[in-house]
Design a protein around this ligand. Structure first.
Ligand SMILES: NC(=O)c1ccc[n+]([C@@H]2O[C@H](COP(=O)([O-])OP(=O)(O)OC[C@H]3O[C@@H](n4cnc5c(N)ncnc54)[C@H](OP(=O)(O)O)[C@@H]3O)[C@@H](O)[C@H]2O)c1
Length: 304
């Protein structure tokens, strides 16, 4: 496994993390096998949210933690809060309650990283700053970050939050690459030049924030693009490079994300331990610049 630095010297993390959103559909023994496989592969970073499986994902994870207390110090556990049914909530009361519930469900004394899951239009930066301070000094949360935020929302949060915001978790894959595409089409009149996300990749690099890529193998909210006949050119190129590097196409798709220098980390959401091992091979090789662009073009993106 290749390790990356998250925040300035704050966390040494594997380039590939395990997303635990889908474990809610598994039973205890399957979760045990998946988590043990992850740890054997050097994947000791786990991503959760209070809402995954309506709390079931954290609960199942908590049962694993209860049986493996000795592993806690070796693991980096991240969760998210602030999505509620029908709205987003950065209020002090909700954040505290959510963290306390997550700690209880996961059988933990502290969370390594807490992310604000989606921006709350009604957020008050000072209120968020106050609650982060309370969680940090109370020993409940060690680091903070955001998810699905643009750069001005992060700047606004920083007005009230004194802790470094070390992560922005965003949807990023070969197919969902809008944050990269707008930067490639600067000052053009095509639709690719439209900047939906406000220089997020550049901003993250300038501000020492790690971009965590969610849904790294999926398109939009739909299915997986790998081996999907709707993406013939992309799959041909993925297969060619998979053969060259002696890995599965999944590893090439993950390696494309890791090749971006915004300290990117892949959050793999597989529930299949063999697949997880295939994905981990992405950390063992690096795509050339030509290969990176060739995959990008074969995914249907154009260069100006
Ligand atoms: N911050 C946010 O707003 C946000 C949103 C969504 C997700 N997330 C996080 O990101 C993580 C990953 O999201 P995701 O699960 O949508 O991402 P993903 O890793 O792109 O997708 C995984 C899903 O694709 C399936 N799959 C089928 N063929 C595959 C192949 N060849 N390679 C890989 N997967 C294949 C997997 O099935 P198998 O299980 O059978 O392998 C699994 O159901 C989540 O667990 C969560 O932690 C965050």
């Amino acid at each position: 496994m290749k390790y990356i630095e998250i925040g300035k010297d704050r966390i040494k993390a594997p380039a590939i993390a395990l997303g635990c959103m889908r474990i809610s559909s598994m039973d205890n023994s399957q979760v045990e096998e998946l988590l043990m496989t992850a740890l054997e592969q050097g994947v000791n970073f786990f991503d959760h949210a209070d809402i995954y499986g309506k709390g079931k994902s954290e609960e199942l994870f908590g049962e694993f933690m209860a049986n493996h207390k000795n592993l806690r110090e070796k693991m980096i556990i991240q969760t998210k809060c602030a999505i509620r049914p029908g709205y987003y909530d950065f209020s002090k009361e909700h954040i505290i309650k959510s963290v306390e519930t997550s700690l209880k469900r996961m059988n933990l004394d502290y969370i390594d990283v807490l992310l604000l899951h989606r921006p709350d239009a009604l957020m008050e930066p000072e209120e968020v700053g106050e609650v982060f301070e309370k969680l940090f000094t109370g020993g409940k949360v060690r680091n903070f970050g955001v998810s699905n935020h643009n750069m001005m929302q992060i700047e606004l949060l920083k007005r009230g939050v004194s802790f470094p915001l070390i992560i922005n978790q965003l949807q990023l894959s070969l197919v969902n690459a809008g944050m990269i595409t707008s930067g490639i089409n600067v000052n053009m009149e095509n639709k690719e030049s439209v900047m939906h996300d406000g220089f997020l990749m550049e901003y993250s690099r300038l501000n020492n924030m790690t971009v965590q890529a969610w849904s790294p193998f999926r398109y939009g909210k739909g299915g997986v693009f790998l081996d999907n006949p709707d993406y013939p050119e992309l799959n041909a190129e993925l297969d060619r490079l998979a053969e060259k590097y002696g890995v599965k196409n999944t590893a090439v798709a993950a390696a494309w994300i890791l090749r971006h220098p915004a300290k990117t980390q892949v959050i793999a959401g597989t529930t299949n331990k063999e697949r997880l091992c295939d994905i981990c091979k992405a950390a063992d090789f690096e795509l050339t610049r030509e290969e990176w662009y060739s995959l990008y073009r074969s995914a249907g993106h154009h260069l100006p």
